[in-house]
Design a protein around this ligand. Structure first.
Ligand code: M6R
Length: 615
């Protein structure tokens, strides 16, 4: 996820773009850049770091004059965050310049072709490949920029929102979208481009939101012409009048970043497996795993190190790896692991999981494991983060920035990456039959839609939140794959509503926690059809006979739990190993609504930091 801004009109573009980038920094903040057309040439300045760093540098480096320009704030996907990989990117001739939000999946093969044709590349980005592809088409087909963009995009697999201009045609900007948002603000003889409307809300309330597979040619003198990228057909522009204020726009219309991030999970999970899960070929492609296959296959065991929610994702992974790939797994709190003189050998593979990639304890655990000769693999969200750099290899989750302190989409995308790895290893080891493997891939591909369905419980979850918001304690129970989900549900509630909550394996209840149960104790029980269902139903009966209040998370169409529980929240059916991706959704929503009803600061709960960079 990155932020893009552009302007063409009669005002100075620089202040509009700069302010717009500051507003879009929530979308990405590892580097930033601006390209301006000063009446004769393109002037470009970009840097690793925040928009403030760019501002300090740009004003010394280039003239800020010009009524045409584009800017970008980056959330790295290809290539570490550094000056060279920052956007905008020039084409080889220096005539064209581009900003891009998204991922071009087939960039490697396109790059090879372009190199054969004499193109050279300065950065590691997929975006520089795209701008040179556009240039190549433009030259070879002898077409205008708009047509060249269209032909090039028809060769691209992936997701994008782009803005491109040509210094020889400084009266137009070409934009296009597939899978990443792009809004065009319509003013009086001036046009604004942005990932959302926040950069132009004070200039105009009129906006066109491009649909997927649409492109627009925006001319200073002639306005906006929209076409379908695939078949070139013209689309009548639909101009909307914006009703939202600035803050609402940055949060995508949601009241809080946490809620936005909960709702982003279908697309975040899709982005996680995009380009990696190739369903038609029944292939999982992950360079970090392929390149180190021997290390994984020869591992005596996998040790997972992480903290908080990432540790819970690690616990889910323990079940997945052992079930599918038959590799012994140990899951460790990084903070304990680093201080207890653990036995680590060169035959161990250590997987470090971290959203931020900056958690001090996880980083220290990695260093310790490396010093003992283990191979360390990172699963991080933030590209170029300390953990991503410190590990031998890794896989990014591609969830986009997570701003809310309570982790939501990081958890589900971590589980998605870990599932892909486990399936790939299972296939390589032959511990899964080809039909089961295929079935797993198909089920994984269905997950984004099923998460969408699970999100439909939101209104009902809100009514449950209203009933229980004033209690002082909650219990969360689950078995097997859903035991870590119970822990995660309890953590979510604790951290944002400050209500005491405990997660337990359902069967452990009778070894102690059952003493807590009375008519005042709400107990969330994850009781999906696949995996120990009958056993969990028995646990529910035990709770019921002690008058506990039961909130069941059940599979669609469930009958048994419905008869026993006070409330049931349904999630779609899936295979057991993927059920945490669905059962966690209502638990995130429950904690969100309770915290909101209690008037707590949902996005920035007391005492907590998004990245814990101290031990
Ligand atoms: O960035 P990391 O994934 O390494 O962070 C680990 C924990 O600090 C984090 O998951 C924390 O527990 C969250 N606030 C949970 O919502």
């Amino acid at each position: 996820m990155c932020g893009i801004v552009g302007y063409i009109g009669h005002r100075e573009a620089y202040p509009i773009i700069l302010k717009g980038l500051k507003r879009l920094e929530y979308r990405g903040y590892d580097s930033a850049g601006i390209a301006l057309y000063d009446g004769a040439d393109i002037k470009l300045s970009k840097t690793k770091g925040k928009v403030l760093d760019l501002e300090a540098r740009l004003e010394k480096e280039i003239s800020t004059k010009g009524t045409l320009g584009i800017g970008h704030t980056r959330w790295a996907t290809h290539g570490v965050p550094n000056d060279v990989n920052s956007h905008p990117h020039y084409s080889n001739s220096g005539d064209l310049v581009i900003i891009h939000n998204g991922i071009i999946e087939n960039y490697e093969s396109l790059k090879k072709e372009l190199i054969k044709r004499g193109y050279t590349f300065k950065s590691d980005t997929d975006t520089e490949v795209l701008i040179n592809l556009i240039e190549d088409v433009k030259k070879n087909e002898n077409t205008k920029l708009g047509k060249a963009v269209q032909i090039a995009l028809n060769q691209v697999i992936g997701a994008y929102a782009i803005a491109v201009f040509d210094k020889n045609k400084p009266n137009e900007i070409v934009v296009a979208r597939l899978g990443s948002p792009l809004a065009i603000g319509i003013g009086e003889d001036e046009f604004f481009i942005a990932s959302d409307a926040s950069p132009f809300i004070e200039y105009t309330k009129n906006a066109i939101y491009l649909e997927d597979e649409e492109m627009a040619i925006i001319r200073r003198d002639k306005g906006v012409k929209i076409r379908k990228i695939k078949d070139d057909s013209l689309v009548a522009p639909y101009i909307q009048e914006l009703q939202l204020n600035l803050e609402q726009i940055e949060k995508g219309g949601y009241e809080h970043f946490m809620l936005k991030e909960i709702y982003e999970q279908p697309s975040a999970i899709l982005d996680t497996f995009r380009g990696r899960l190739l369903i038609n070929e029944a292939i999982i492609k992950m360079a970090g795993v392929e390149d180190n296959m021997k290390r994984f296959l020869n591992a005596d065991r996998i040790i997972i190190v992480a903290c908080g929610t990432s540790w819970h994702a690690g616990l889910v992974a323990e079940y997945i790896f052992e079930d599918l790939a038959r590799i012994p797994v140990e899951v460790e709190y990084a903070s304990e692991f680093r201080y207890r003189n653990p036995i680590i050998t060169e035959n161990d593979v250590v997987i470090a999981i971290s959203q931020s990639g900056e958690t001090a304890d996880t980083l220290a655990a990695i260093k310790l494991a490396k010093s003992k000769g283990a191979f360390v693999f990172g699963v991080c969200n933030v590209v170029g983060s300390s953990i991503a750099r410190e590990t031998h290899a890794g896989a990014y989750t591609h969830a986009g920035p997570e701003i809310g302190v309570a982790s939501t989409k990081a958890f589900t995308t971590q589980i998605t990456v870990l599932t892909l790895i486990a399936l790939r290893l299972a296939r390589a080891k032959g511990t899964i039959s080809s039909s089961d493997y295929r079935h797993n891939l198909i089920e994984l591909e269905l997950i984004p839609d099923k998460v969408k369905k699970a999100l439909e419980s939101d209104e009902y979850v809100k009514t449950i939140a209203a009933i229980y918001k004033d209690v002082h304690n909650f219990l969360y129970l689950g078995r097997g794959y859903n035991f870590p989900v119970a822990l995660e549900g309890a953590l979510k509630l604790k951290e944002i509503s400050y209500i005491h909550a405990e997660g337990y394996p359902a069967a452990e209840m009778k070894h102690g926690p059952i003493a807590l149960i009375d008519e005042n104790m709400p107990i969330v029980v994850i009781a999906t059809k696949k995996g120990h269902y009958e056993k969990v139903v028995s646990n529910i009966q035990e709770i019921k006979s002690r008058k506990g209040k039961i909130i069941g998370i059940v599979t669609e169409g469930d009958i048994q739990v419905k008869e026993l529980a006070d409330h049931v929240i349904e999630v779609p059916e899936t295979i057991e190993s993927l059920s945490p991706l669905l059962t966690t959704i209502p638990l995130q929503l429950l904690s969100y609504h309770i915290a909101l009803m209690l008037g707590k600061n949902v996005d920035q709960p007391r005492n907590l930091a998004k990245a814990v960079t101290v031990e």
